[in-house]
Design a protein around this ligand. Structure first.
Ligand code: SF4
Length: 292
């Protein structure tokens, strides 16, 4: 059947061709290992069981994981192997299974998750460029949504991600995620069990996006929503030649965003340290945990 899983609606037969996301009919994975650099309720002290899916339906010019999102490095695996990868992560004691950039695999993933019955929480970690109708397939299978809302305005969405309809699409997707899981709930140790954490990575020269995005979150989901305001942007690849994203975020820009967030009245906010902007936080895409 031709693929219209995501808003790109490529209409290609993925058994024979590839669409915008760059991958065919099989799961392709680049790494599956405990990960310690997500927000504290996700990483905890035992790590989050991050499964990095290859390919991407957004392919931002500045992506720090370009090796897997744009170049599609990874290994094709079967459904049975994916379940084995989940088992291996759980055996290592992780707090959750963290599915990173899985949007272009949703129907296949829904089937695996419905058969797997994970004993730990399932985290869906996404750019939010998703069809709300496709996300409905994950109802009852995903416990925690970790959507990154990237842009409010069409101009940066077009310039950096070739998706001028980004916010229209992403806002509908986030409302569907919220409908499924509601506000963040944690256990007695502060580890996330259910709910949503909304992220936004502030881009240099684009601080107005953060204010507009979080004003929308306040108006539509409320100030109880857990949000994560990321300052980890580091220029990579083609982004090193594109102004104004050819430089890291300045301390002044992040400080402006922090003030705006406080004015908006959110009570549950994660801010990042300046030291988070470094290439050392990029995982090694070396098939760790994939060849099982
Ligand atoms: S999932 Fe991939 S092939 Fe399918 S519509 Fe989206 S980008 Fe195109």
């Amino acid at each position: 059947m031709n693929c219209s899983v995501c808003p790109r609606e490529c209409n290609v037969d993925r058994t024979e061709n590839i669409g915008f996301c760059g991958v065919g009919e099989n799961f392709r994975i680049a790494r599956a290992a405990p990960h310690f650099w997500e927000e504290p309720p996700i990483s905890g002290d035992k790590g989050s069981g991050a499964v990095f899916f290859s390919g991407c339906n957004l392919r931002c010019v500045y992506c720090q994981n370009g090796e897997i999102s744009r170049e599609c490095f990874g290994k094709d695996i079967t459904e049975t192997q994916l379940k084995r990868i989940f088992d291996n992560l759980i055996d290592q004691g992780v707090h959750n299974l963290n599915l990173v950039t899985p949007s272009h695999y949703v129907p296949m993933l829904a089937k695996v998750l419905s058969e797997y019955h994970s004993p730990v929480s399932v985290v869906y970690n996404t750019s939010s460029y998703e069809k709300a109708d496709t996300l409905k397939m994950l109802e009852g299978l995903v416990d925690i949504y970790l959507p990154d809302i990237k842009y409010f305005d069409s101009a940066p969405a077009l310039k950096y991600s070739c998706a001028p309809d980004y916010f229209e699409v992403a806002s509908r997707a986030v409302l569907e995620m919220f409908r499924q899981v509601g506000q963040l709930e944690t256990d007695e140790n502060g580890i996330a069990k259910k709910g949503i954490i909304i992220r936004h990575m502030v881009l240099p020269g684009n601080v107005s996006q953060a204010e507009k995005i979080f004003a929308w979150v306040r108006d539509n989901l409320g100030t109880d929503t857990c949000i994560s305001v990321m300052r980890q942007y580091t220029p990579f690849g083609k982004a090193k030649e594109i102004k104004p994203i050819d430089r890291p975020l300045s301390a002044r820009e992040y400080s402006i965003v922090k003030s705006k967030i406080k004015e908006l009245g959110f009570g549950n906010v994660f801010f990042q340290q300046k030291s988070s902007s470094s290439e050392i936080f990029i995982p090694a895409f070396d098939l760790e945990g994939v060849d099982l």
